[in-house]
Write a protein that binds this ligand. Structure first.
Ligand SMILES: Cc1cc2nc3c(=O)[nH]c(=O)nc-3n(C[C@H](O)[C@H](O)[C@H](O)COP(=O)(O)O)c2cc1C
Length: 349
């Protein structure tokens, strides 16, 4: 079912919304994308369009659900399958207080039979794959026992895809952000799970920053999921098609990606009334590592909140960022134009 290796971008609340996913898809055509976590209540009782709508270009796209009630999850699974998602992932890794209060997310690591029941009910209801994203353990757990027990339960119900954020979740005293930084990474536990369950498709997540790391990890697991680095350095993904999915896939240049994204932004704004800032906020890191990145971020910070930016001024501003072979990131420059590094960006109207 899954191609190996499988490179994916992690579900990230408030970050991997549909606009960010559209942007990432322009950069990497094969990577598997995930939605932010969507609570079962939002799917069953909320505005479905707001929570579930996406552009067909985002595919392959998986949805992550948060919940712990097998019958609610089964109902949700039926709904989201109709919306055309490629995979359903159950969140068994979020340690936030709000999520713990709702008794789902990471605290489900202590209820393996319940997780397996949730997965089994969804599997019985739909034909798309059901995966689980979990942590390596909870709090002061030592060794692999808790993860092993969870995976044993999952394996028994025929679940064959697991994503492991290679850190324990500490359920008390840490914010979600600290829970992504302070508990130490332990890739060995993930490798050990793959060794013990060779038939399971195991994806490692946590702390991946570059292709060297991906290449070190991949021989030992089936996939790698990249989170913060994909958001903060999106062009890290530019090499993914060629490196992991075979040659011949021509990746877009930064120039072309920005142009296409701004075309998308214009359509979303004009046809659907999406606020510019909701889409352009994802461009803060667009020029990461490129001369002029700081000036670009400053331009966005100065102009987006005041409503001074438009697609046209953004195209103008981007012309001032000198990138890739001295070319400007829009197609509107005349042949032979060469940007000056760090020259000033257009001032607000
Ligand atoms: C802003 C933010 C929001 C996140 N939201 C979710 C979420 O909704 N569901 C989830 O399973 N993990 C969530 N995570 C955790 C990531 O999916 C990932 O497991 C974690 O960041 C570790 O991967 P990384 O080191 O590559 O970033 C979030 C992470 C960040 C930074």
């Amino acid at each position: 079912m899954y191609r190996r290796p499988l490179i994916s971008v992690a579900p990230m609340m408030d970050w991997t919304d549909r606009h960010e996913r559209y942007l990432l898809r322009l950069i990497a055509t094969k990577i598997l994308l995930y939605t932010e976590m969507i609570h079962v209540g939002a799917v069953l009782h909320g505005e479905r369009d707001r929570h579930l709508a996406y552009s067909p270009e985002e595919h392959p796209l998986a949805i992550q659900l948060g919940g712990a009630d097998p019958s609610q999850l089964a109902q949700c699974a039926a709904i989201v399958e109709e919306w055309g998602f490629f995979e359903i992932n159950l969140n068994v890794g979020c340690p936030s207080d709000r999520v713990q209060h709702g008794q789902f997310g990471a605290c489900l690591m202590a209820q393996p039979a319940r997780v397996a029941e949730c997965v089994a009910r969804m599997q019985d209801t739909v034909n798309i794959p059901i995966s689980v994203k979990c942590r390596t353990g909870l709090d002061n757990d030592e060794g692999i026992d808790r993860l092993f027990t969870l995976v044993t339960h999952l394996h028994q119900v025929g679940c064959d895809k697991l994503i492991v954020h290679a850190r324990h979740a500490w359920l008390n005293g840490l914010s979600p952000k600290q829970n992504r930084q302070i508990p130490p990474l332990n890739y060995q536990l993930v490798y050990e799970i793959k060794r013990l369950f060779p038939m399971m498709h195991v994806t490692l997540n946590g702390g991946i920053q570059n292709h060297k790391q991906i290449q070190q990890v991949l021989p030992k697991v089936d996939g790698v999921m990249v989170g913060r680095a994909a958001y903060q350095q999106p062009f890290l993904l530019q090499e993914v098609d060629n490196l992991y999915y075979g040659r011949g896939v021509s990746s877009k240049s930064r120039v072309e990606v920005l142009d296409s994204y701004l075309d998308y932004v214009l359509v979303q704004q004009q046809q659907f009334g999406v606020p510019l800032s909701a889409m352009v906020r994802h461009l803060f890191h667009f020029f990461h590592g490129v001369p002029g990145a700081k000036a670009w971020r400053r331009y966005l910070s100065d102009n987006l909140p005041r409503g001074n930016a438009s697609v046209a001024t953004l195209r103008e501003a981007a012309k001032s960022i000198c990138i890739e072979d001295g070319r400007c990131p829009t197609n509107s420059h005349q042949e032979g134009h060469s940007c000056q590094l760090n020259h000033s960006l257009p001032s607000s109207p």
